[in-house]
Design a protein around this ligand. Structure first.
Ligand SMILES: Cc1ncc(COP(=O)(O)O)c(C=O)c1O
Length: 421
């Protein structure tokens, strides 16, 4: 079979033409600007996007690998990490880093945990991570790369971590427990309080994956205090058994892509994350994260958006998310759909005991709505951005239309595939 290989054009082409071609290429992309994407994009307003864009552009060439050359980026990263530590009630002596995303933050926490443990109390066999079924596959990726094993434990009936079952899964090889705040599939916070106690009792590291919730939960808590509603339970360093946390700036921090934070209760734990060698002609190579070169733009955009929005801006956006979530939960219930668990943040998963929800999901996709789909049980997952409070009524109409089609036999499941990849 022959493939067409594209070669580098022999001559450069005018930017105006390239711009047009690029915009043409995007014509079949999901229309996130009009609320059609409930995954991948976190739209919190054109003004925020502009700040991130301009700040990224200002530091597009600078490189976070060289703090000596770019004290500006060093200062911005330090300020971002400090804001994150404050938001997560971190004690004095806590430390962290900016990374390229949630997966890198998780990989680094696994590395730090593995190395800290092997330096103090090595386990006899393959080190194990005990986690609820719902944790993000980045833990499996990290375990695969670094020679650990993930033990996924089925959740309780409320779709949250079953702490009793996780306790039973701990062995002499367990080095890490994981809880999510919230988990991606259902948007539910695991019982981190009980996991923290378990981690202390069994002397293991607890990582809280707050990639989704780290820059949302504190502000949702404020909105609930102002408006009433279900409180956001404790999930951060205020719980003494939490050793590390991952929280993504490029999700509900509304920063440009390529930005997350990984935090540790104590700098000594964070030191185990660092890779530092002196093995080649250029001397010492000190890299705190997985990357060598680190895009200055991503650091600058995160710093700028955090300062542009401030607490007030994040609280206002959390209020919009709460409004959209309440519209969605009520709309699903009115349509006879089952909401999974009791979501209090920005993600809602729902299914149906009577109708094929994956067929409904396929219909939504054909109509241009890009929602994630779930299995065990079958469902649809929506990750709400602030801008969705405007488009939620239309999304609910689209669910109703597709559900009617499934009920009436006008639509059947085609592939039943859950993942888009
Ligand atoms: C709970 C959770 N953890 C980790 C990640 C991985 O983040 P990233 O895609 O930035 O690597 C995600 C991504 O959606 C997530 O939802």
């Amino acid at each position: 079979m022959s493939t067409t290989r594209i070669s580098l054009p022999s001559k450069g082409q005018p930017w105006a033409e390239l711009q047009q071609r690029m915009s043409d290429m995007g014509k079949n992309d999901v229309d996130w600007r009009h609320g059609k994407a409930s995954v991948y994009v976190f739209h919190s307003g054109d003004d925020v996007m502009q700040v991130a864009h301009d700040a990224y552009g200002m530091y597009i060439a600078e490189n976070g690998l060289g703090p000596g050359a770019f004290p500006s980026l060093k200062q911005m990263e330090s300020e971002v990490v400090n804001m994150a530590l404050s938001l997560q009630s971190a004690p004095n002596g806590a430390a962290g880093s900016m990374t390229s995303g949630g997966s890198e933050s998780i990989l680094l926490a696994i590395k730090a945990c593995r190395d800290a443990r092997s330096a103090t109390a090595p386990v006899p066999g393959t080190p194990e991570i005990v986690a609820p079924y719902t944790v993000h596959p980045a833990f499996d990726k990290g375990a695969h790369l670094m020679g650990l094993k993930v033990i996924r434990v089925p959740c309780s009936d409320n779709f949250c971590a079953d702490v009793g079952a996780m306790a039973e899964a701990i062995t002499e090889n367990t080095v890490m427990l994981v809880g999510s705040a919230p988990c991606f599939p259902y948007g539910l916070i695991d019982p981190i309080d009980a996991l923290s106690q378990l981690a202390l009792d069994r002397n293991v590291w607890l990582h809280v994956d707050a990639c989704v919730g780290g820059y949302l939960n504190p502000f949702m808590r404020t909105v609930v205090e102002q408006q009433g509603g279900e409180p956001v339970e404790a999930y951060d360093f205020s719980l003494p058994g939490v050793s590390s946390m991952s929280l993504d700036l490029h999700k509900y921090g509304y920063a440009a892509k390529g930005a997350s934070t990984v935090l540790y209760r104590d700098k000594s734990l964070r030191d185990a994350q660092i890779f530092n060698v002196d093995v080649w002609p250029c001397g010492q190579m000190f890299t705190p994260t997985l990357a060598g070169t680190r895009p200055g733009g991503a650091i600058a955009a995160a710093w700028a958006v955090l300062n542009y929005l401030g607490e007030e801006g994040y609280v206002a956006r959390a209020a919009l998310i709460k409004d959209a979530r309440e519209q969605l939960v009520k709309g699903c219930q009115d349509l006879g759909l089952e909401v999974f668990g009791d979501p209090k943040l920005s993600i809602v998963g729902f299914g149906s005991k009577n109708h094929d929800i994956l067929a409904v999901g396929e219909g939504l996709y054909e109509d241009g709505w890009f929602s994630s789909r779930l299995k065990n049980p079958d469902g649809i997952q929506v990750m709400i951005s602030p801008e969705h409070h405007k488009t939620m009524p239309n999304y609910l109409k689209a669910i109703e239309k597709n559900l009617d089609d499934v009920r009436a036999g006008r639509r059947q499941r085609v592939s039943g595939k859950v993942s888009y990849s």
